[in-house]
Write a protein that binds this ligand. Structure first.
Ligand code: ADP
Length: 224
């Protein structure tokens, strides 16, 4: 099994055309390996989300190519192979916490008794054991984001993408969410890529890619 999950070669994305064209990402070359934990940093509008979406196959590039040697096909086409944590609350309000975590598994046709065990284990992993019957409206912002992390964990993806997952949280809760993400990614051997404009959050990850005006200007950190 290859350790190379994603390879981007001269990958770029332009939205629109002609005079209204916006180059979100200029030709970028980068790899994501199994076990990598990468912060993608830069100010708002520099292309972090667009790069993240292209890494997961959610957005197709308009230039260059993205390959996924670690996956059988474009990962976004296979539910569960890529976990995505959004900035905004992404829980379904009429479902309780356990049901929110269970939903992707149920949709994928998992057995009910397996789902229950997996959900309980995932909630325990993010320090929310016993909270399965709460409604999202009864949670703090930090707890809600940890439920979103548990929902990703339950699917055991090979690649976890998180787009400003702490942007709506205070520093302490942001740190807790990051710790949950990092420990979950490590425990299932997934690669983790987190887009953030917050360098304190980025410091929690061993690798850093810096974007400026859609260009990847620097890559630092542990080389696998
Ligand atoms: P970041 O995540 O760093 O804030 P984005 O990747 O969201 O940056 O955006 C990069 C640039 O691409 C911005 O100028 C943004 O306005 C533009 N952009 C992003 N998505 C779209 C879209 N769907 N249509 C048009 N322009 C977009």
């Amino acid at each position: 099994m290859t350790d190379l999950l994603v390879r981007c070669v001269n990958v770029g994305k332009t939205f629109g055309s002609g005079r209204t064209a916006t180059v979100a990402v200029h030709g970028t070359t980068c790899d994501v390996l199994r076990g990598d934990a990468i912060a993608v940093v830069g100010p708002s509008g520099c292309g972090k989300s667009t790069l993240l979406h292209m890494l997961g196959g959610f957005e197709l590039p308009t230039q260059g190519r993205v390959d996924w040697p670690g996956f059988a096909e474009i990962p976004a086409k296979r539910p569960g192979t890529v976990g995505f944590v959004f900035q905004a609350p992404s829980l379904i309000n009429v479902l309780d916490v356990g049901e929110n975590v269970a939903l992707p598994l149920v949709l994928a046709g998992a057995e009910a008794r397996d789902v229950e065990l997996i959900v309980d284990a995932a909630l325990a992993e993010v320090d929310l054991a016993g909270m399965g019957r709460r409604l999202p409206s009864e949670l703090s912002g930090g707890q809600a984001q940890r439920v979103a992390v548990a929902r990703v964990l339950a699917q055991r993806p090979q690649l976890i993408l998180a787009d400003e997952p702490t942007a709506q949280l205070d520093a302490a809760h942001g740190q807790q969410v990051m710790e949950a993400l990092i420990s979950v990614a490590r425990s299932i051997g997934a690669a983790l890529v987190v887009a953030t404009h917050d360098l304190l959050i980025a410091d929690l990850l061993p690798m850093r890619w810096t974007l400026a005006d859609g260009r990847l200007t620097n890559k630092t950190g542990v080389l696998a």
